[in-house]
Design a protein around this ligand. Structure first.
Ligand code: HEM
Length: 181
């Protein structure tokens, strides 16, 4: 859910990281954590209601007040992450809140992490010279409070393959039915 789009968007803005992760695929699991932190696919959680009065900074939340929490804001909190607006795939962003926290922590987090690792591990070695194929300033983010993701992410690339063949041509040659092995 937006992890691949947001993550690729962040990598395209920091193209040296594309080469770094190609050269060191073992760094991908940690990089996925950092991408989840940097541009979190879920922004606002479900409504919460304060069960008692609580002070947050200079705001008092009274008992019973409804609260909307921005995970994106929490994940850029400079008190929690040094240089939060920088993508640093070497950082250990273990305390990010991209999957929420506590009782309602995301049930699909292991699957989502695995999907991110598998997708980037498949794409990065096969598609080189990746870049925005449109002005990045013109990219539009979806409206709505819950999810954070782009409407479209047009990308240019040069297909390559580990065995020297072109993966795009290879895909076109696949039969349209039958058993894939
Ligand atoms: C990158 C992908 C994903 C992200 C960023 C994400 C994020 C989240 C977040 C932030 C919450 C907590 C919301 C809250 O506290 O109000 C949540 C809950 C949940 N997620 Fe995910 N999620 C992802 C993928 C998935 C997948 C793949 C599944 C299922 C296969 C899944 C199933 C759930 C369920 C069932 C809950 C509710 C848990 C509860 O309320 O006890 N999520 N997710």
């Amino acid at each position: 859910m937006n992890l691949l789009g947001n993550g690729l968007h962040a990598l395209l803005q920091n193209p040296h990281l594309l080469d770094k992760l190609r050269a060191d695929p073992d760094a991908l699991p940690n990089a996925v954590e950092e991408l989840l932190r940097f541009d979190s696919p879920v922004d606002i959680t479900a409504w919460r209601y304060a069960t008692e009065a609580v002070q947050v900074g200079d705001v008092t939340i009274s008992s019973g007040d409804p609260v909307l929490i921005s995970l994106c804001a929490a994940n850029r909190d400079p008190a929690a992450f040094a240089g939060p607006d920088r993508v640093d795939v070497n950082r250990q962003p273990t305390k990010h809140l991209a999957f929420g926290f506590g009782t309602h922590y995301c049930l699909g987090a292991p699957l989502a992490r695995l999907q991110g690792e598998v997708a980037f591990a498949a794409v990065l070695p096969r598609f080189h010279d990746m870049g925005f194929s449109t002005d990045p300033e013109e990219l539009r983010w979806r409206s709505g409070l819950l999810r954070r993701g782009l409407e479209h992410l047009p990308v240019s690339f040069r297909p390559t393959s580990t065995d020297g063949s072109c993966p795009v041509v290879a895909a076109e040659r696949l039969p349209t039915s039958g058993v894939y092995e």
